[in-house]
Design a protein around this ligand. Structure first.
Ligand SMILES: C[S@@+](CC[C@H](N)C(=O)[O-])C[C@H]1O[C@@H](n2cnc3c(N)ncnc32)[C@H](O)[C@@H]1O
Length: 253
């Protein structure tokens, strides 16, 4: 399916990206793609004051968390079963901007990110390009993080084949419809949320995820959300605003 975006058609890299990701130039498109400081960036055109969004594994918030975050003590690490001597292989079935996947990769996991939205996939690929080239993190990023463009509802097993490994854990963090009165969403996330919308078909992800994972499926949810597909998890790891629902199939070894 083609997605409409506005971009500078005189800029060859943007023309290439549009072709590769099936993005079609449109004068009055809601979003614009730009290259800013060697970084593919998405802007919402009717809110020009909002900062653009991009994927940056090298500097910024995720890099800070890698250096100063809680390491293997973080809730997400516990949820996927990272512990002394155990570093699971992961398919992240709802990659988004790749932040959770990057946390897991920086802790040693091999992670295949699956993303269905072509603009998000383009941003992820651009983030990976810069990370792969980075002197500090490039070597392990090339080994551990990769992208698969497709829907996890149908293509999860194909994504796993790209990885070539047995998949221990499938991680899911679908976009949850926001409550009417929820506090103003962080501005940057507003651009992203307008782009992808609510993942109303998310319940369908649990079954293919459970089939693929050999050890467990982990689902990130807001604390007020109902269980994915109405299925009660084996364990829940709660954080301040979210929880990780863990569906255990077999023990981690
Ligand atoms: C809330 S975001 C994930 C954020 C991510 N965990 C992070 O840390 O950046 C959800 C993403 O999953 C994607 N998505 C939802 N359903 C999907 C599916 N069936 N297959 C692939 N991607 C999907 C959406 O397009 C969106 O980019």
């Amino acid at each position: 399916m083609q997605f409409p975006v506005f971009f500078n058609q005189q800029y060859p890299s943007l023309v290439d990206i549009a072709q590769r990701w099936n993005l079609v130039w449109q004068q009055d498109a809601e979003f614009e793609l730009r290259f800013e400081q060697n970084t593919l960036t998405l802007h919402k055109r009717d809110e020009p004051k909002l900062a653009g969004i991009s994927v940056d594994f090298v500097s910024g918030a995720v890099a800070h968390r890698r250096k100063f975050g809680g390491g293997r003590g973080q809730a997400i690490a516990k949820a996927v079963g990272l512990k002394q001597g155990v570093t699971p292989t992961v398919v992240d079935g709802t990659a988004g901007l790749g932040r959770d996947a990057f946390v897991l990769a920086s802790l040693g996991c091999k992670v295949t990110m699956v993303e269905r939205h072509s603009v998000v996939a383009a941003l992820l690929e651009d983030g990976l390009r810069r990370a792969y080239d980075d002197a500090e993190i490039g070597a392990w990023m090339r080994e551990r993080m990769q992208l698969f463009h497709g829907s996890s509802l149908e293509a999860l097993a194909d994504a796993a084949k790209v990885s070539g490994d047995e998949i221990d854990v499938v991680y899911l963090d679908p976009m949850y419809p926001h409550r009417e009165k929820s506090a103003a969403v962080k501005k940057e996330m507003r651009v992203f949320q307008t782009l992808v919308g609510a993942d109303l078909d998310a319940d369908g992800l649990l079954a293919p995820a459970y089939e693929l994972a050999t050890k467990r499926v982990v689902v990130k949810r807001p604390d007020y959300a109902e269980d994915l597909a109405g299925k009660k998890p084996s364990t829940v790891i709660a954080t301040k605003k979210n929880r990780f629902d863990v569906y255990v199939k077999a023990a981690m070894k």
